[in-house]
Design a protein around this ligand. Structure first.
Ligand SMILES: [Zn+2]
Length: 336
């Protein structure tokens, strides 16, 4: 399937600038395998299935652990050591950034989805790739057999900075929806005990699949950025196990085994002018908690202080241009 390359990842990296003709294969168990492009592989069982599952990684090129996990799952599928009971679309996002061990080359790909690529320079490789990935996901959902009733998309990442909560999920905002118990069960099974509920529609890959295709989608932050080959994949055994169970066709538990703490965004921090001051230290970990009344930012007369309940910061980054987002403040939701 991958010609002279030993696996899905090596093939994707080596052929990033080539046009790949789709190729097809059937495994002995009857599973149909289609390599649709470099880093885009569809597998479909020949038995009735009820779920379309999109598993993406490497939208940020230096977030290597999830890429290694996906590479190994694909190798096991092709070697028929991993059972396939659901249809799955595996995606490796940004091979050019991987080649240079960077988050991105020209533009942050995870801000290009939900059609945002249309407002960018479509001559850029990452912009073209985002458009193509949207089309592959759209076709994948459009070609579902009638037995399929559920769509899931897990977009796998690792974070640049450390976190008080090692692993967390981001649940994109879709008007009126709530996080289902079986998805909380998936997160718990993946050793993810924290979920951040967004309160505005976004342009991430997972926002795209939830907004346009009503998929249960998540951006999963699974650990910290490390170069290829330097990841301790044992720290990722939870997500590896949970994905393999889903691919094999195991249904999700109805209820989570352990509680998942839900946070909602209560304030989006924006750099408002050149005089804007930020009181969160540069090395603050994600999910660092601040007590009520703590000053977070100030710009002349305007300021933001933590409200009556403690708040946590995530994705702090004050080195962005005026008008852009410098972080999010979160509040824990009371357990039900
Ligand atoms: Zn990322």
């Amino acid at each position: 399937m991958f010609g002279s390359y030993s696996n899905f990842l090596d093939h994707c990296l080596a052929t990033a600038d080539e046009t790949i003709e789709p190729s097809f294969d059937i495994l002995s168990a009857g599973t149909e395998v289609a390599l649709l492009d470099g880093g885009v592989l569809r597998v479909e069982p020949n038995t009735a299935c009820d779920t379309s599952l999109v598993i993406s990684c490497g939208v940020h090129g230096n977030e290597t652990a999830p890429i290694e996990i996906v590479r190994d799952i694909v190798s096991d599928v092709l070697a028929e050591e991993q059972k396939v009971g659901q249809r799955v679309l595996f995606i490796i996002g940004n091979p050019w950034a991987m080649q240079v061990a960077k988050r991105f080359v020209d533009v942050n790909m995870n801000r290009l989805f939900a059609g945002d690529w249309q407002h960018q320079d479509v001559g850029l490789k990452e912009v073209k790739r985002a458009a193509k990935l949207e089309a592959f996901v759209a076709n994948f959902f459009a070609s579902e057999p009638v037995t399929v009733t559920q769509r899931y998309h897990y977009d796998l990442h690792t974070a640049i900075r450390g976190s008080q909560r090692e692993r967390f999920a981001v649940y994109p905002f879709v008007e009126g929806r709530q996080l289902p118990a079986n998805q909380q069960a998936f997160l718990a099974r993946s050793d993810i005990d924290t979920v951040l509920l967004q309160r505005e529609a976004g342009n991430t890959f997972s926002s795209f699949s939830s907004l346009k295709y009503e998929a249960q989608s998540f951006t999963l932050e699974l650990g910290q950025v490390k170069p290829f080959g330097e990841n301790d994949l044992k720290r990722y055994s939870g997500i590896d196990y949970a994905l393999r169970e889903l691919i094999a066709g195991e249904p999700l538990p109805e209820q989570p085994k352990r509680p998942v703490t839900q946070f909602e965004v209560c304030h989006s921090i924006e750099v408002t002018s050149e005089h804007w001051e930020f009181f969160v230290p540069d090395d603050a970990l994600n999910f660092t908690e601040y007590a009520p009344g703590t000053l977070i930012w100030r710009d002349g007369e305007r300021e933001y202080r933590v409200g009556e309940q403690p708040e946590c910061i995530v994705f702090p980054n004050p080195k962005v241009p005026v008008g852009q987002r410098a972080g999010l403040m979160l509040r824990a939701l009371a357990a039900e």
